[in-house]
Write a protein that binds this ligand. Structure first.
Ligand SMILES: NC(=O)c1ccc[n+]([C@@H]2O[C@H](COP(=O)([O-])OP(=O)(O)OC[C@H]3O[C@@H](n4cnc5c(N)ncnc54)[C@H](O)[C@@H]3O)[C@@H](O)[C@H]2O)c1
Length: 466
């Protein structure tokens, strides 16, 4: 039975009798229908009544309704209003622009704006690289989406995607001091997206593509990387791949298996799965077997697109065919970025001893982690309510911090691997089966990732000018 979490939290304002038992009656009523009470505040007190705000985590709109009715049915209780705390947090959006300069008088104005600003414009016109020194470009990233693959919600369009992009921008600032801004495009045409991002690129020192559906996301990223002189990073692909590679390095340390001896099954060959496979191949694994909705990916399969063909050519040493369940037999590692509830404990039992299971489909993983634990030595999910959460927040803020600091013009696999190693290293001697990645709130992570990416970018710059 799922437990209500803070993602859906309501505050019920109600009037109740001022009796000694009122608080107990109200809190018991919330618990009786499965709400998790998180706050009880008396906001008004009168001789004949008290006004109370009751805050509780709930599971759904229906559940919120049940709790409200339960409270309203108590003798002498009258519910005045119910607010959804998540919606309250979104009122007016989650970001704002704030100037870094004082504009107190005519002097300030004439330097920050005309006429003084004109000389700065001329300096940049004469030397475009100066834009990084003299404008917001230095520290600004565009979070670009077409709204076509938003969270688990699918193609909900650019306006509905905006709350997610705002949240992403807030994370960039909180964890790495990066000024990121949502750019939600009202087009899902590949050429138009490429043209538009190219046209707005002068303002930004990096492009973070977000929630753009596969396979379109592959072409958009590849073409923008060719055409722009700033790094282009699709977080759903590479952010995930970085954290998975980091987590796998530590998981294999726990079970003492070299990756070169491991058979790794990757379920899902979309945005996340393809990038994971490509980055893992750089680590020379024993073998990777990719599986998608049509079964094991092998060179004999028909109707494969370019992405699947590439995967078929570079994985599956024995050209195996069959289903996910077939692929799991004897596998050392399972990495799922596909769909919920694809297998159970009995399939994990067919894997090699000391199996590693990363079931990352959100919100419901490929296997219930409690079932996986029956036979696997290390289990990870994408969820915050289990140990070993594979969360892209561990990667993207530090990656962009490092890229911006290095004035990088591109991003490549060396930088992604450097970021993965940095995340894995932060765990250090705290490593065990329930702690293969650091917490997203570990303040050491983003600086360590930034430093690793900055060093990798500078090494390449030196190599390319030598
Ligand atoms: N950090 C994380 O935990 C994290 C990061 C990225 C993605 N994810 C999750 O991974 C999943 C995939 O994300 P994506 O962006 O790559 O999606 P996507 O749509 O690009 O790809 C989905 C892939 O899963 C495959 N698939 C679908 N149903 C399947 C089934 N029954 N059996 C085997 N394969 C199946 C599809 O064929 C496709 O290859 C989502 O649930 C997403 O939330 C988690």
């Amino acid at each position: 039975m799922p437990v209500p979490g803070p993602g859906y939290s309501i505050t019920v304002r109600l009037e109740a009798p001022p009796s000694a038992s009122a608080a107990g009656d109200l809190t018991t009523a919330v618990g009786r229908v499965g709400g998790v009470l998180t706050a009880f505040d008396v906001v008004e007190s009168h001789a004949d009544a008290i006004v109370v705000d009751i805050t509780a985590n709930v599971l759904s709109a229906d559940h919120a309704e049940d709790i409200t009715s339960e409270l309203d049915s108590l003798p002498g209780v009258h519910v005045r209003k119910v607010s959804d705390r998540t919606f309250l947090m979104h009122l007016g959006g989650k970001l704002e622009v704030s100037p870094k300069v004082n504009l107190r008088n005519r002097d300030d104005l004439s330097r920050a704006y005309t006429p003084g600003v004109a000389r700065v414009c001329q300096a940049i016109a004469a030397n475009p690289e100066d834009a990084r020194r003299l404008t917001i470009k230095r520290n600004t990233v565009a979070v670009v989406t077409d709204g076509s693959a938003v969270l688990g919600l699918g193609n909900i369009g650019p306006a509905a995607a905006l709350p997610v992009m705002e949240g992403k921008a807030a994370l960039f600032k909180k964890f790495a001091g990066v000024d990121a801004w949502p750019v939600c495009l009202d087009t899902q045409d590949t050429e138009e997206i490429i043209r538009t991002v190219r046209a707005l690129a002068p303002v930004y020192a990096g492009i973070n593509l977000e929630d753009i559906a596969a396979p379109r996301c592959f072409e958009i990223e590849a073409r923008l990387r060719e055409q722009l002189d700033i790094p282009v990073f699709h977080d759903d692909q590479h952010g995930t791949a970085i954290v998975v590679v980091a987590a796998l390095r530590n998981a294999l340390r726990v079970v003492r298996k070299p990756i070169e001896n491991c058979k790794i099954v990757v379920s899902g060959v979309g945005a996340a799965g393809s990038a994971i496979i490509r980055l893992l191949l750089r680590k020379s694994p024993g073998d990777i077997v990719a599986v998608d909705i049509d079964g094991v990916v092998h060179p004999g399969r028909e109707d494969m697109d370019d992405n699947l063909r590439w995967v078929a050519e570079h994985t599956n040493r024995d050209k195996a065919t069959g289903t996910l369940h077939d692929a799991l037999v004897g596998a050392d590692v399972f990495i799922g970025v596909s769909a919920p509830n694809l297998f159970g404990a009995e399939q994990v039992a067919t894997m090699a001893d000391d199996a590693v299971v990363f079931a990352l489909a959100n919100p419901d993983p490929e296997i219930d982690p409690l079932e996986a634990q029956q036979h696997a030595a290390v289990v990870a999910t994408g969820r915050s309510d289990y140990p070993n959460q594979i969360n892209n927040v561990l990667a993207f803020p530090g990656v962009f911090r490092g890229l911006l600091d290095a004035h990088a013009h591109h991003i490549d696999d060396e930088m992604l691997l450097a970021a993965a190693n940095a995340i894995a290293d932060v765990v250090d001697d705290r490593l065990n089966a329930s702690f293969i990645v650091p917490s997203v709130f570990d303040a050491a992570v983003a600086p360590a990732v930034a430093e690793a990416v900055r060093a990798a970018a500078r090494r390449e710059e030196v190599a390319s000018t030598a």
